[in-house]
Write a protein that binds this ligand. Structure first.
Ligand code: SF4
Ligand code: MSK
Length: 633
């Protein structure tokens, strides 16, 4: 069993890991110990298995060991190809999520399960995409807009529509670099083709291609995912909730929602309020149905309904260990296959719902969007009927939970900013107050802190330490994904946390009535951050790269994070990584990412495994950007 010393910032995690040990249950920490040190070749990115002449492992050290693969590929080629493929996989995951949501919008109807919740946002998008709306039924408009979005995945000509939202200088940079993405699927396919054996071997060309594909994620798939989810399920507004495993209820049916796409979780929320199912819950002896979210599905439903947050990526096994989860319901992405053996040790049902993510040993109940509510009710019923199987001697719910304020969509942020606008002088509904406090130096800058958990770091340590250091230095933090859940659990997304901020940020929090760390949603909602930065840059008449803004992923682990890092960088925002990507076997690729890309995009990557050093580097960079911004006037 594992050495659990210091695996988590949260003592409660440690208690559950101890419980697992006592009950003879294996967790990821045990497997991490069994795994020992990671493979050095894989870690440096110099292992190639693209063709069957290999696998080839080349030496990252010049003049020592194999310098080329059998085909002659160098370490630079192998590293850059692997990295580009990570970007393609990440882009595919976010974008396929978006495609599903666009299909759901195409299905939406007045009397159906899926309706339009934010008509204004739909009409704004219709206008942006030149869809005629006059005299048309809102659902006809929705279907037309959905069809246009679906064409963004495979259109034969042109570039992505949302690129037009970027500041003018940014569009010119993309134009000059020839990295404006064409259709989303095309960019993914191009990477897969170009990285096939015997195609591109030039590292710079691969990094360049990677940027274009990543932009297809940020300004394509992810942006469609966010916009369409808001139109269908409502644009988030600030609301109160609680976070951490202490939100699980001993006397209720606990259903854990885990995964990513809100089309399923929205229906589960509706089903959990169905009077017949609530009655059934009472009949089996429970006091009610308690939904709790995990990973990005958790973020989607907390942003729109205030559903409590059970935890982040690292806690999916720990939630089951409490012994009170009747069902873990998942769709796609970030789901441990180990949920099968671990749920087998308890009464918990592990229910997969997507044909894209079937997991051996799980109960598969396919979610049918055409009969969405009926499907969701069936799934909730399974959970209720499982309540009787709880093993009382295995129950342990940690007490820890924190109050959190969530729901900061761009629209919600602007509405909060309106509180300080003198409407006699300035128009409402702009980012002017934000631009003003940044220019004046009341806020030194802003940081988007995002991403996962990774056993290479102590659970949540990177997220929390970086956030605390930045807010103490008057840098406002916006956050999504598992980083947002870490912040919520640590109380940093509560308005009370303003006391940890520097004087400038404290004053802003008080005047605008916001916490110093704003929960902006799920991983696809990094598009909200990109939109907010771009709107501020446009308002100030500059480019994204001129603003004192940084992107940070202290504990990232997934290929989606690699796509995100690259689209954030290609959008002109520096990216700080607390986990090294598998590129260190190629000095050429490291030099490109941490140095030469800046000449192209105005931004670059910074990497350091020491979170506090990383935060110091951010503060230095923010001040450098401030000096340049002053020169721009
Ligand atoms: Fe080896 Fe080249 Fe095949 Fe890669 S593509 S496995 S380096 S022969
Ligand atoms: S869920 S991608 S672990 S942030 Fe979006 Fe969390 Fe990372 Fe999955």
């Amino acid at each position: 069993m594992s050495d659990t010393k210091m695996v988590s910032l949260d003592a409660m995690d440690e208690q559950l890991i101890q419980k697992a040990k006592q009950e003879g249950v294996e967790t990821m920490w045990d497997r991490k110990v069994t795994m020992k040190a990671p493979c050095g070749f894989g870690e440096k990115g110099v292992c190639c298995r693209i063709c069957a002449m290999g696998p080839c492992r080349v030496s990252p050290v010049e003049g020592k060991g194999a310098q080329r693969g059998i085909c002659g590929a160098t370490a630079d080629t192998i590293v850059a190809r692997n990295f580009a493929r990570m970007i393609a996989a990440g882009t595919a995951a976010h974008s396929d999520h978006a495609r599903e949501i666009a299909h759901v919008m195409h299905l939406a109807s007045k009397d159906g399960n899926y309706t339009i919740k934010d008509e204004k946002k739909l009409l704004r998008l219709a206008e942006e995409w030149e869809v005629k709306t006059e005299g048309k039924d809102i659902y006809d408009i929705a279907h037309e807009v959905a069809e246009i979005a679906l064409n963004e995945f495979g259109k034969p000509f042109g570039t992505l529509r949302f690129l037009e939202r970027a500041p003018e200088p940014r569009k010119k940079i993309w134009e000059k670099l020839k990295i404006k993405p064409r259709a989303i699927d095309r960019e993914i396919a191009t990477i897969m083709h170009s990285t096939h054996m015997g195609c591109t071997s030039d590292a710079e060309s691969l990094i360049h291609m990677g940027m274009r594909t990543a932009l297809a994620d940020g300004w394509g798939g992810s942006m469609i995912g966010t916009e369409f989810s808001d139109i269908l399920f409502g644009t988030p507004v600030p609301r109160e909730t609680e976070a951490n495993l202490g939100v699980l209820e001993e006397k209720q049916i606990n259903i854990l929602l885990h995964g990513h796409e809100p089309s399923l979780s929205e229906m589960i929320v509706m089903a959990s309020q169905d009077p017949e199912l609530v009655k059934l819950a009472h009949e089996v002896g429970a006091e009610g149905i308690n939904l709790a979210g995990m990973c990005c599905t958790g973020n989607e439903v907390t942003m729109r309904h205030g559903v409590k947050i059970a935890g982040n990526f690292y806690q999916q096994e720990l939630a089951v260990l409490t012994g009170v989860v009747e069902a873990v319901i998942v769709d796609v992405q970030c789901i441990f296959p180990s949920l099968t053996p671990i749920t087998d040790c308890y009464h918990t049902k592990f229910i997969t719902t997507s044909p894209k993510a079937k997991i051996t040993g799980a109960t598969h109940i396919e979610f049918n969007e055409e009969k969405a509510l009926e499907s969701a009710k069936g799934i909730v019923r399974e959970a209720i009927e499982n309540f009787k199987n709880r093993k009382q001697d295995k129950i342990f719910i940690p007490k820890t939970k924190a109050q959190a304020t969530v729901g900061y969509s761009v629209e919600a942020v602007i509405k909060q900013l309106d509180r300080v606008v003198n409407s006699q002088i300035d128009p409402l509904g702009t980012v002017k107050p934000l631009a003003d406090v940044i220019k004046a130096g009341v806020l030194r800058g802003a940081a988007g802190i995002v991403g996962c958990n990774n056993p290479k770091t102590q659970h949540d340590y990177g997220h929390i330490e970086v956030m605390k250091k930045l807010i103490a230095n008057d840098v406002i933090v916006v956050t999504t994904g598992c980083a947002a859940q870490a912040a919520a659990k640590a109380g940093l997304t509560s308005k009370d946390a303003a006391k940890l901020a520097g004087k400038g940020l404290q004053a802003v929090c008080e005047l605008v009535d916001i916490p110093p760390v704003l929960h902006m949603g799920s991983c696809v909602d990094i598009s909200r951050i990109i939109t907010l930065v771009s709107e501020t840059a446009k308002f100030m008449g500059v480019d994204n790269c001129d603003l004192p803004v940084v992107g940070v992923a202290p504990e990232w682990m997934s290929e989606k994070a690699v796509a995100i890092g690259n689209y954030v960088m290609a959008s002109g925002i520096d990216v700080f990584l607390g986990v090294l990507p598998p590129v260190t076997g190629s000095p050429e690729v490291v030099d490109l990412l941490t140095n030469r890309v800046e000449e192209m995009t105005g931004a670059k990557f910074f990497m350091d495994e020491d979170s506090l050093k990383l935060a110091d580097m951010m503060l230095v960079r923010i001040e450098e950007k401030r000096k340049n911004l002053e020169k721009l006037g």
